[in-house]
Design a protein around this ligand. Structure first.
Ligand SMILES: Cc1ncc(COP(=O)(O)O)c(C=O)c1O
Length: 438
């Protein structure tokens, strides 16, 4: 049931995106029309969290004004209306990544989705889930493989799983440009590999990893593949069936949606064989004082009262992205990314992480300003209304590998113009002179 109409600005979008279209898109994002420290806001922190179009904001409001009720339980009309939008949203998000609705589990964010997996695998290692779940069980002699570029959300849960089960954690290293060393991956991924977990696109380097190559290596040894799709699903077309990953995780708030909702995708047969993580109401068929039987996926992983307005608003976000076109968004952000990187490379004293200009990347760039701490860079830019991210971006091991403690990151989205990038580059050019660094 479509709840929020398509924004006027997006109808009939065709051909490549340009600044004129982006200006129209910006009209749908109220937050972008403000001044910060006396300057028009230039928002370049969508890699951390994206902004929301009116259709998303209105979807959440509409839910509370018209349909607020708990799903799946009530016999009354409001409960049915809430259940309808909740399950419609699942269908919308499933379609967006070419999955089936029963392969979409709602979580609170990608971090929770990844933790859900690791706790379900722990439970399998304890014998929960019976024979069907044995394929998820880990123990000494098994290996979990990640990469050196992972966000902490796709590293620490695996460290903890290794600790709980006695499995070993290994990682695929990166070269000096941050690219994965695929020859090393060939040696690391082997018969002991039980799980390969890696990010589709790096939140620091912008690198887009060769998913299909890695999936082939892992599946060749019977390992499960978990994709951290936090920085890919919002920015480029992602087809989980074509990629053949077993699981994928992403967050609503990075793709124009609200906070408080994320997605775990899993192949249906795997989700149905996996032990549960959180338990309680809404995920059972029968309960006695001794034990419980669980519903099929996805409900078996959705214990307790769920994030219903957020699901509805996330569907509105997906509609917005689809109306604009993911190929078009990716092409526009690639252009912005190229402009960012080649502009930064021309400024003295700047070291840009990740692939050089011209190599495919998502539309973000993290960089070091020689002689100036990233927090000072961030403050200097904020004084000019430019919002960027500073610090280690939840990727301390990667920064350590590249000989850095922290960097500054500018990340774009469909509502950024080339003027935003140019304003940012002009401001960055002023950083070292301002701080008196020669
Ligand atoms: C690559 C990557 N993975 C995981 C996450 C975690 O996302 P969340 O904090 O929404 O769970 C992020 C967020 O920055 C990310 O960029």
């Amino acid at each position: 049931m479509p709840v929020v109409s398509t924004p006027v600005s997006l109808r009939h979008a065709e051909g490549p995106m340009d600044n004129a279209e982006v200006e129209r898109i910006r009209n749908d994002f109220p937050i972008l029309h403000q001044e910060v420290n006396g300057h028009p806001l230039v928002y370049l922190d969508s890699g951390a969290t994206s902004q929301n179009p009116l259709s998303v904001i209105e979807a959440e409001q509409e839910f509370y004004e018209q349909r607020n009720s708990a799903v799946h339980r009530g016999a009354h009309t409001l409960a049915v209306a809430a259940t309808d939008v909740y399950e419609d949203a699942r269908q919308t998000v499933a379609g967006f990544i070419n999955a089936r609705p029963d392969e979409i589990v709602w979580t609170s964010n990608a971090t929770e989705a990844l933790n859900l997996l690791t706790y379900a695998f722990s439970n399998a290692s304890l014998g929960r889930g019976g024979a069907a779940a044995r394929r998820f069980a880990l123990g000494p002699g098994d290996e979990i493989v990640v990469t050196e570029m992972e966000h902490h959300a796709n590293l620490i849960p695996w460290q903890e799983l290794a600790f709980r089960t006695g499995a070993a954690l290994r990682y695929i290293p990166v070269d000096d440009t941050g690219a994965l060393l695929l020859e090393e991956a060939e040696n690391i991924i082997g018969p002991r590999t039980a799980i390969l977990a890696f990010s589709h696109a790096s939140n620091v380097l912008g690198t887009i990893n060769p998913v299909q190559t890695l999936v082939k290596m892992a599946h060749g040894h019977g390992a499960l593949v978990v994709l951290d799709a936090c920085q890919s699903v919002p920015h480029l077309p992602v087809d989980v069936k074509a990629l053949d990953v077993d699981f994928a995780a992403f967050s609503g708030h990075k793709m124009l949606g609200p906070t408080g909702i994320g997605v775990l995708y899993g192949k249906a047969d795997l989700l149905n064989a996996m032990p549960t993580f959180l338990t309680g109401g809404s995920m059972i068929t029968t309960v006695t004082m001794d034990k419980a039987e669980y519903l099929p996926a996805p409900q078996r992983f959705e214990a307790g009262t769920q994030r219903i307005s957020q699901a509805m608003a996330l569907a509105a976000a997906v509609n917005y992205l689809q109306e604009t076109g993911m190929e078009r968004i990716h092409a526009w952000e690639t252009e912005l990314g190229r402009r960012l990187v080649s502009g930064l490379e021309q400024i003295e004293g700047i070291r840009v992480l990740g692939p050089k200009a011209g190599v495919e990347r998502i539309g973000l760039a993290a960089f070091d300003v020689e002689g100036v701490h990233s927090h000072d860079v961030g403050q200097f830019l904020d004084d000019q209304g430019i919002a960027v991210r500073v610090g280690h971006h939840c990727a301390q091991p990667l920064h350590r590998r590249l000989g850095l403690v922290s960097t500054t990151r500018a990340s774009t989205y469909l509502y950024n113009t080339t003027d935003d990038v140019d304003a940012f580059l002009a401001a960055v050019a002023g950083v070292r002179p301002f701080f008196g660094v020669k």
